[in-house]
Design a protein around this ligand. Sequence first.
Ligand code: DX5
Ligand code: ZN
Length: 217
Amino acid sequence: MNILAPSLLAVDFNNIERDVKLLEQSGVEWLHLDVMDGCFVPNISFGPPVISSLRKISKQFFDVHLMIMDPIRYIETFKKVGADSITVHYEACEDLNKTIKAIRDAGVKVGVSISPETPVCVLEPYIDLVDLVLIMSVRPGFGGQEFMPEAFERVRTVRTWAKKYNSSLHIEVDGGIRLENVGQVLQAGANVIVTGSAVFNGDIMRNVQAFKNILEA
Ligand code: DX5
Ligand code: ZN
């Protein structure tokens, strides 16, 4: 089943409740929450207080994407404020096995992500340990960037590993996804689509419907 996970990084923060409700009315079940610390990525977004407030107004699945250094320090915190899934970056963890275990022990779904410059082969040993793999199709840190087509091959590789080691694995792709390229991303083997600017720029309900028509085709 294909899932649309709009990234709140692109939301109008002056109207975040209005827009989250619009997403819910449009049948969007996942919210992709981009947490950035200004160290792992050269940008700062939002953190636990914002997610805690969102939790009070939304029943959606909170897909938290931690673009922060040494994320093991904050697993409990993000669990407490309502994360349903926590994705950490391979490049940001001193001990990825330990971090995966900490997320598991917190009773939250586990995701691991790699930035475009990281060889996809690093992920193979973790495929059967996680619920989700996030392939970045832009350099993490900002919305509105151009999709990097190298992501297609990386998704195909992870999809072959999923068939071998973990058939229920979610393969999520994040960054630069638009109506024009989302079909190819699905074809490559992704089933969770993150998109920020392509949903929040313009008419949200219309944008969501256009994506859903492709994801549910
Ligand atoms: C980038 C974030 C992405 C980004 C997606 O570091 O992880 O989720 O917000 O935004 P668009 O869809 O505009 O590229
Ligand atoms: Zn993200």
